[in-house]
Design a protein around this ligand. Structure first.
Ligand code: COA
Length: 229
């Protein structure tokens, strides 16, 4: 089966209940399929109410990007390529809904504002890395790709689209410290020790180890300086 892949944020205005339900199913599938890669569990999040799931995405200080796989019609020509392709990024999640499309991966960005405003309701470790390389950090969490769609570049695509989202938001909100007429920023993430596949992907994407804890490694990447608009 050949697929075209797209990575798009879940839109919040308006936020569709169907998207909330699909997001909850995908996240629980990730926790069920790869419990060894996450600090949360299917038991814990399986008890979330619909409002809790909705609250996770109905906000502008965090975003979840979804990887959508759209089945391509079979090409019978002998020259047809066996590799999958990536679609244009400017599509909407709605336009991708349909029987031939499936949600197969996700990543969530917690912005510096999210970390600041919800200080009392999130694990203290997130606060510890709220600054990285002297820059306000965005924490990337919940990264997962369905096993049938791995090693096709989708994990890398989720990371780079998340970083693009952060850069665009940085310019739009101008919430970062401005020095020398430029904006900065960083992204950080936590990897369970022993998850070498994910670690290799992050290193290939330019992340470096910033700290090591008992069960996990924290990695970070300074964003390229952005012109102050
Ligand atoms: C980690 C994960 C998201 C990677 O997704 P993916 O779509 O397979 O990643 P990509 O195809 O973009 O991989 C790009 C490169 O990363 C490295 N890589 C990715 N997975 C790897 C693995 N299991 N072993 C070794 N290298 C790996 C390779 O260099 C790969 O390039 P290659 O396929 O040309 O060799 C996916 O394996 C996954 O969901 N794992 C379970 C959940 C998880 O670990 N989440 C991360 C929590 S921090």
């Amino acid at each position: 089966m050949e697929y075209s892949y797209s990575v798009v944020p879940i839109p919040t205005s308006p936020l569709l209940q169907a998207h909330v339900d699909k997001y909850a199913s995908l996240r629980l599938l990730a926790l069920r399929t790869n419990p060894e890669c996450f600090f949360s569990t299917q038991d814990e999040e399986g008890r979330f109410s619909r409002e809790q799931w909705r609250g996770r995405i109905d906000t502008d200080d965090r975003v979840t990007l979804i990887a959508v796989a759209s089945r391509l019609l079979a090409d019978s020509s002998p020259e047809s390529s066996s590799s999958s392709s990536f679609a244009n990024t400017s599509v909407s999640l709605d336009s991708l809904d349909g029987e031939a499309a499936e949600w197969v991966g996700l990543i969530t960005v917690l912005t510096p504002e999210f970390l600041k405003e919800r200080r009392d309701n999130i694990p203290p470790k997130f606060q510890k890395y709220a600054m990285c390389f002297g820059e306000p950090a965005n924490v990337l969490v919940s990264m997962w790709v369905h096993p049938e769609h791995r090693r096709k570049g989708l994990g890398g695509r989720l990371i780079s689209e998340a970083i693009d989202w952060v850069k665009k938001r940085t310019v739009t909100t101008k919430n970062f410290d401005v020095s020398n007429g430029r904006l900065g920023g960083a992204v950080v993430l936590e990897v369970v020790k022993g998850n070498t596949g994910a670690g290799m992907l992050y290193r290939a994407m330019g992340f470096e180890t910033i700290d090591s804890e008992d069960a996990s490694i924290w990695m970070g990447k300074r964003l390229d300086n952005l012109p102050y608009l």
